[in-house]
Design a protein around this ligand. Structure first.
Ligand code: OAD
Length: 259
């Protein structure tokens, strides 16, 4: 440090280094998790506000839990839908949306089911874990579409019903133990041939999403993580920026705009 306590080599700063990479990139893939929506007021799954009525996400987001007690599982989703309906996209969503319209090749792969990236007008979104605003028939009845949109908050009665057969409806999200849609996987993996893969606000413990950056890196991408806490994946990145998504992405965008 200089006597003025100013770092004389700003390019050693991880945010500056990330900005340099992003400046030269034309193919950018961003992977997001719940931390991106934290500043909007959407509770994350793990960490301090991760519990709902003393249940962990792994105890509610499974087909077994739904089969056992569909009402309980729907009460949790109803609570999340109510919370999300009152939330607005934050600066992190805005910056990602701007980039999605600026880079020649840009894809956002989001694990978030809240729809806030879409509400911020992000182009080219792959919803890795589905959408909380979609439902599907639990019985997979032949009459109903695979998924249908329903933004009713709150539902007049729980659990909601299939539009066609009247049986139980389930949230249109991917639960633990369920496979990611083949088309979603294919679209996601096709975008991992990129210059920069930026992973923002995810604990990196849920696979296959947690392996996307590893694969991008294997294919030659420069992989960057943004998270205020170290994660299980931090060591596997080329660069880790310790900080909040809404702050770091704003800084990056200002650096990119400055040149
Ligand atoms: P988690 O709740 O596991 O992790 C959230 C991460 O966000 C943590 O690593 C926090 O440190 C970080 N974080 C908190 N505030 C942040 C901020 N302001 N900026 C940036 N990061 C912040 O959420 P996910 O990793 O998204 O699946 O969870 C993965 C999947 O597990 C979810 O998609 C969900 C759940 O089962 C489905 O809903 C299908």
């Amino acid at each position: 440090m200089s006597p003025l306590n100013v770092d004389p080599t700003p390019f050693g700063d991880p945010t500056h280094r990330a900005a340099e990479r992003l400046r030269c990139a034309s193919r950018v893939t961003v992977v997001t998790g719940a931390g991106v929506s934290a500043a909007s007021g959407v509770p994350t799954f793990r960490g301090e506000d991760g519990l709902w009525c003393n249940f962990r996400v792994e105890e509610l987001a499974t087909a077994e839990a739904f089969a056992r007690d569909p009402r309980l599982v729907w009460e949790w989703y109803e609570w999340r839908r109510n919370t999300i309906a009152a939330c607005a996209p934050n600066r992190a969503h805005e910056v990602v949306a701007q980039w999605s319209h600026r880079y020649p090749k840009f894809t956002l792969i989001t694990q978030n089911v809240d729809g806030l990236h879409e509400r911020a007008d992000t182009a080219n979104v792959v919803r890795f874990h589905g959408s909380i605003w979609e439902l599907s028939c639990w019985e997979r009845c032949a009459a109903s579409p695979t998924r249908w949109r329903d933004e009713t908050v709150p539902f007049p009665a729980l659990p909601p019903r299939c539009l066609d057969c009247g049986g139980l409806a389930r949230p249109g999200v991917v639960w633990f133990g369920e496979a990611i849609d083949a088309d979603v996987l294919e679209r996601s993996f096709a975008t991992l041939d990129c210059d920069v893969c930026l992973v923002v606000g995810t604990s990196g413990v849920v696979y296959p999403a947690a392996g996307l950056a590893d694969e991008a890196r294997r294919r030659g991408a420069f992989a960057i993580e943004i998270n205020p806490e170290p994660t299980e994946a931090t060591q596997r990145f080329d660069l880790a920026i310790p900080g909040k998504a809404e702050v770091v992405l704003d800084e990056l965008e200002r650096m990119l705009a400055a040149k």
